[in-house]
Design a protein. Structure first.
Length: 297
């Protein structure tokens, strides 16, 4: 397969954090996207400092040879009316479509604790009831149909501190949603932080993967997060996550499998760290070099 089928992006979360605005609060949008391009990436996801005017954003990105590939969308299918969620989802997809993106990454936030700094991410993780599973899977199928009608592909982001985090939960979500309407956003960092086997999930659900987030996990800090009962965001601040090649994950078999099975789409380096501790440009350059060395891209 031609390696041109795989495109490399980096998320702005290494520069400025949407959930913790104090991380990188002083870094302007222009610096963020300039350094992404300087590090050799051609795509970006959307951060809270990005202009929402598509003409303004397009111009800034075009100047730097960057393309928007996805933007996070929070669903509240378990706690809000479907109609409310759908309205916001259509607006979000319209923005992404105007920016040239083809996938939309969604994560159910109805009972999520990922933003709660007072709760231990492992101990307080929500577990969906049967009714919540029904609301979630039926709602995702309907949103997936809306996305499809707009020429987009809905892709579900399993995430720490949510009701779809573990291998069993990912399996159930995939089993109870329509493969034609709901894809999987495969995130190495969230799988390994949770204690799952990333290769197992990759092989079992490869046919559903529409988007890939590449991030690594620092083993000593993961162990500390469990022992000291850290919240998800404390883990981020302390540096649980890092760029591929800087932690405990062996990326060689993961990237080799994706390439060898004809994956087409984006690989997004998404390593949320405190930019005061991990210089964003330095880490972006390291990540780009690592992918080149490990995957030949």
């Amino acid at each position: 397969m031609s390696i041109q089928k795989i495109h490399l992006a980096i998320a702005p979360i290494g520069w400025t954090n949407d959930d913790l605005p104090e991380l990188g609060g002083e870094i302007p949008f222009e610096q963020c996207v300039s350094e992404m391009a300087l590090a050799g990436f051609t795509g970006s996801e959307v951060g809270n400092k990005y202009p929402r005017d598509t003409n303004v954003l397009k111009k800034a990105l075009d100047l730097r040879g960057l393309q928007i590939c996805n933007a996070w969308f929070s669903t509240f299918l378990t706690t809000q009316s479907y109609e409310e969620v759908e309205k916001a989802f259509i607006e979000h997809c319209s923005f992404l479509k105007a920016m040239g993106a083809q996938v939309v990454g969604v994560a159910e936030q109805g009972n999520s604790i990922q933003g709660r700094q007072d709760l231990a991410v492992f101990d307080a993780k929500p577990v969906n009831s049967e009714q919540e599973w029904k609301l979630l899977t039926e709602g995702l199928n309907k949103l997936g149909q809306k996305a499809k009608e707009m020429g987009m592909a809905l892709t579900y982001h399993h995430h720490m501190g949510t009701g779809v985090q573990t291998s069993e939960e990912i399996d159930r979500l995939m089993r109870e949603t329509d493969p034609a309407l709901v894809g999987l956003l495969y995130d190495t960092g969230h799988l390994v932080f949770s204690g799952e086997d990333p290769i197992d999930i990759l092989k079992r659900h490869y046919s559903r993967i529409r988007h890939v987030h590449l991030k690594d996990v620092r083993r000593p800090l993961r162990e500390k997060a469990i022992k000291e009962k850290w919240s998800f965001l404390k883990g981020v601040k302390e540096g649980v996550f890092t760029i591929p090649g800087d932690g405990m994950i062996d990326f060689k078999p993961i990237l080799t499998y994706l390439k060898g099975h004809g994956y087409q789409g984006w690989w997004v380096v998404e390593a949320e760290q405190d930019p005061a501790k991990a210089n964003p440009l330095e880490y972006a350059l390291k990540a780009r070099a690592y992918i080149r060395e490990t995957a030949g891209i």
